[in-house]
Design a protein around this ligand. Structure first.
Ligand code: BYC
Length: 311
């Protein structure tokens, strides 16, 4: 069997493509693009929540939030490693992000203005991310799909801790409940935008679906998220900020109103409320960490000829 024939037969049998297998150039490029964007999102995504670590309302909340933010760093590392199996280095990818040549998820360009935003991120942002990532556990590229399995387990905990923050707030004072409603008002639409443009406007969906990278469309995943989240909002006693939201008895789905795609593209193209701050902060953290990388390299060079100690 030739390389291309074997590649197609693996896809036909719903198998996994592994790093050493032959793969079309476009398949490799698509995966590098998507996995790198995903890794960057995890790392940039530490900022909105990191903003509240020092201001968490109790030691307990602070410990949970620190663990969550560290998990996101870990997700970034698995994903950069998965991208490296495709022949690109982490340094190259990070450099492309720092030079503004790579995208990351639009959602992380919104500010976290109150403690309730930390609840809304866990509930909605991690909730949307899991919806997408459960699908990606079935992606045809082995290293990416396996990274997703572990990430989804951690994201489920993140989602629940966010929901629990909001549950506590809605059962608190009127002011706390209003804070939770305000967070939902600001995060609802950006969370729906995380799934990407409508299927008809999606550049990559058709090819990515043919390659078993995507197993569900942007709109189908968005609908799944809406259907899952509406009853959760009802249980919280909060109102989803969509006047067109209504139950459709014919389709057994919630119908929602139009998304502001102008806002989406503005944010994706770098002009959202926090785009500049997020990239500046990321570049500064990279520069500030130079001494750590230099020390690690000097140490590795000095001990290169010694057998590695296993702890
Ligand atoms: N934001 O052809 P399409 C987390 C771009 S982090 C920005 O449909 P595709 C967390 C898209 O890249 C989890 N750009 O694209 C961390 C493309 O542009 P290019 C984040 C977007 O790839 C910390 C163009 O629009 N999850 O959980 O087939 C704290 C056309 O779109 C967005 C992932 O990264 C967007 N929202 O489908 C808390 C999931 N949407 O590349 C939580 C992995 C679209 O041609 N990614 N674009 O210049 C994916 O599954 C897919 O890439 C997408 C888009 C579904 C997002």
């Amino acid at each position: 069997m030739t390389g291309p024939e074997r590649f197609q037969s693996i896809l036909d049998e719903d198998g996994k493509i592994e790093p050493k297998d032959w793969m079309p150039d476009g398949y490799r490029k698509t995966l590098i693009r998507q996995i790198a964007q995903h890794a960057h999102s995890e790392v940039i995504g530490m900022q909105p929540e990191g903003n509240w670590i020092a201001r968490a309302p109790s030691l307990h909340r602070k410990a949970i939030l620190m663990a969550k933010v560290q998990d996101e760093a870990g997700h970034g590392l698995y994903l950069y490693s998965a991208a490296e199996t495709l022949g690109v280095s982490r340094d190259e990818l990070v450099d492309l992000l720092h030079r503004g040549k790579h995208k990351y998820s639009s959602i992380f360009n919104y500010p976290t203005l109150s403690w309730a935003d930390i609840g809304a991120i866990g509930w909605l942002v991690d909730g949307a991310a899991i919806t997408n990532q459960v699908m990606l556990t079935r992606c045809s590229y082995g290293p990416y799909s396996r990274a997703m399995v572990r990430i989804c387990k951690e994201e489920s905990f993140h989602q629940r801790q966010g929901y629990e923050i909001l549950l506590t707030l809605v059962n608190g004072t009127a002011e706390q409940k209003a804070m939770a409603q305000d967070a939902l008002d600001r995060w609802w639409w950006p969370a729906l935008m995380m799934f990407g443009p409508h299927d008809a406007d999606s550049t990559h969906s058709e090819q990515s679906t043919a390659w078993n990278i995507k197993r569900m469309s942007n709109d189908a995943l968005r609908q799944q998220f809406v259907d899952m989240t509406v009853p959760q909002a009802q249980y919280l006693g909060l109102e989803i900020p969509d006047p067109d939201l209504s139950w459709n008895a014919d389709t057994s789905h919630w119908d929602s109103g139009p998304i502001d795609w102008d806002e989406f593209w503005r944010v994706v193209k770098g002009d959202g409320p926090m785009n500049r701050e997020r990239l500046e902060h990321k570049r500064k953290a990279w520069d500030d960490g130079a001494w750590v990388r230099e020390a690690a390299e000097a140490y590795a060079a000095k001990h290169a000829d010694q057998p590695r100690r296993v702890a």
